[in-house]
Design a protein around this ligand. Structure first.
Ligand SMILES: [Fe+2]
Length: 348
C-alpha cells in the first residue's frame, strides 16, 4: 500500500509537503518582528480617567503651509472623504504641521500618506508623534507590543475569519465605548498582501446629511450605549487578556466635531448596543435602520489601499471602517495602530 500523506510528514528533505511547510513558514516571517502581537494575561490597566482635551486642529492655519509643502501632491478619492497624499513626510512635520494634519484629517476624514518612513522610526518617536493628537489609548484586549502598550497590533490572521458569516465586513468606529473615544488615528502597514487587505471607510458626516431634516431632528438629543463587554468576553473565552474591566458608555447619536463644527452620526455595529430610553424593539428597529443606512450607502464609501510605506490617518469621530477579508490566510498582513483619544463627544 502506498504511504499516506501523514506517513510522509517526517520524510526526507526533498519531501514536497515539508518543502511547502518551510515555504509557508518563510512567507509568514514578519518583516517587523518587534511588532509581533504580544498578549500578557497578567497585564492590567486602571480604569481610564477623564482628561482635558484641546484638539490640535483648533490651532491650525487653515491654509496648512507646514503640512502641504511645494512638493506635496494631494488627490481626493471621493468628494466626501479620503485624500491620497504624496510628498509630505509625517516624521518631518513641525508642531504646526501636526496641528494642520489634525485639521486636514477632520476635513477629509481619511488621509492616505504614501512612501512614509514612519514604520522605520524608533517606537518612542512613533508614539511621540501620535501623542501630539491626544493621550494614546492602551487597548484592553488586543495584541500590543511588549513594553509598549500604546501599540495596537492588527492580527496577522484577522480574527473575523471563520464563524458562519457570509462575509467579513464589520463596520465599526474604534473603541467607541471609551468615555473619550479616539480622534486623529494612525495606522501603518508593515506587511501587506500583493492584492487585497484594503480597509473600507465611510463618512458618518455624509451619512447624517443624507437623512431628512425631520429625521435628523428626531435623532438629535438621543443617546446610545457603546459596550466593550462582548470584546472582553471574546478575549476571555480564548484565554486572552482583559487588561481593564469592560466599560459601557452613553454617547450622543449625533455628535459635533470640535474643530469643524460638522455633525456626524455616531453609531456603529461593532459597539453600539441600544438607544437610551427606548424599549428593546424600538431600539433594535432604529439601530438596524441606521446600520443598514451606513453600510449600504456605497456613494460615501471608499477603500484605503496599502503599499509598503503607507500610513493611513483618519478621524475616528467622523468615520466608520471595516477590514476586508479578501486575501488568502497564509499571506501575512501586519499593521499597527496608534489611537490618540479625544474629547467627550459633544452632542448636536
Ligand atoms: Fe478598527
Amino acid at each position: 500500500m502506498a504511504p499516506s500523506v501523514s506517513d510522509k510528514r517526517d520524510g526526507p528533505a526533498d519531501d514536497p509537503i515539508a518543502k511547502a511547510k518551510a515555504a509557508l513558514q518563510q512567507t509568514n516571517e514578519p518583516s517587523y518582528p518587534f511588532y509581533y502581537p504580544y498578549f500578557d494575561v497578567e497585564e492590567k490597566f486602571p480604569p481610564t480617567e477623564i482628561f482635558e482635551f484641546i484638539d490640535p486642529g483648533t490651532r491650525a492655519d487653515p491654509a496648512k503651509p507646514h503640512l502641504l509643502n511645494p512638493n506635496t501632491t494631494t488627490k481626493d478619492i471621493s468628494p466626501y472623504l479620503g485624500t491620497e497624499v504624496t510628498g509630505t513626510q509625517i516624521s518631518q512635520l513641525s508642531k504646526e504641521g501636526l496641528d494642520e494634519l489634525a485639521l486636514y484629517a477632520a476635513e477629509r476624514k481619511l488621509l492616505i500618506f504614501r512612501d512614509q518612513d514612519f514604520k522605520d522610526l524608533a517606537p518612542d518617536r512613533q508614539i511621540e508623534i501620535a501623542r501630539h493628537f491626544g493621550p494614546i489609548q492602551r487597548h484592553p484586549t488586543s495584541g500590543n507590543v511588549k513594553g509598549y502598550p500604546e501599540f495596537h497590533v492588527e492580527r496577522p490572521i484577522p480574527e473575523y475569519r471563520g464563524g458562519d458569516r457570509i462575509n467579513g465586513t464589520s463596520w465599526h468606529s474604534d473603541v467607541s465605548y471609551e468615555k473619550q473615544p479616539p480622534g486623529t488615528t494612525f495606522f501603518f502597514i508593515l506587511d501587506q498582501p500583493e492584492t487585497g487587505g484594503d480597509t473600507l471607510f465611510l463618512s458618518q458626516a455624509e451619512a447624517y446629511r443624507r437623512l431628512s431634516p425631520e429625521f435628523q431632528k428626531r435623532l438629535e438629543g438621543l443617546r446610545a450605549v457603546h459596550s466593550a463587554v462582548e470584546q472582553a468576553e471574546f478575549s476571555r473565552r480564548r484565554g486572552g487578556p482583559v487588561r481593564r474591566e469592560p466599560v459601557e458608555t452613553e454617547h450622543p447619536l449625533v455628535r459635533v466635531h470640535p474643530v469643524t463644527g460638522e455633525k456626524a452620526l455616531y453609531v456603529n455595529q461593532g459597539f453600539t448596543r441600544r438607544i437610551v430610553g427606548f424599549k428593546h424593539e424600538e431600539s433594535e428597529y432604529l439601530l438596524k435602520f441606521l446600520f443598514d443606512h451606513i453600510s449600504k450607502s456605497a456613494d460615501f464609501h471608499v477603500r484605503a489601499t496599502y503599499r509598503p510605506g503607507t500610513v493611513v490617518v483618519w478621524d475616528n469621530r467622523l468615520t466608520a471602517h471595516s477590514a476586508t477579508g479578501d486575501f488568502d490566510k497564509v499571506i501575512r498582513r501586519h499593521a499597527v495602530r496608534l489611537t490618540p483619544q479625544a474629547e467627550v463627544p459633544v452632542p448636536a
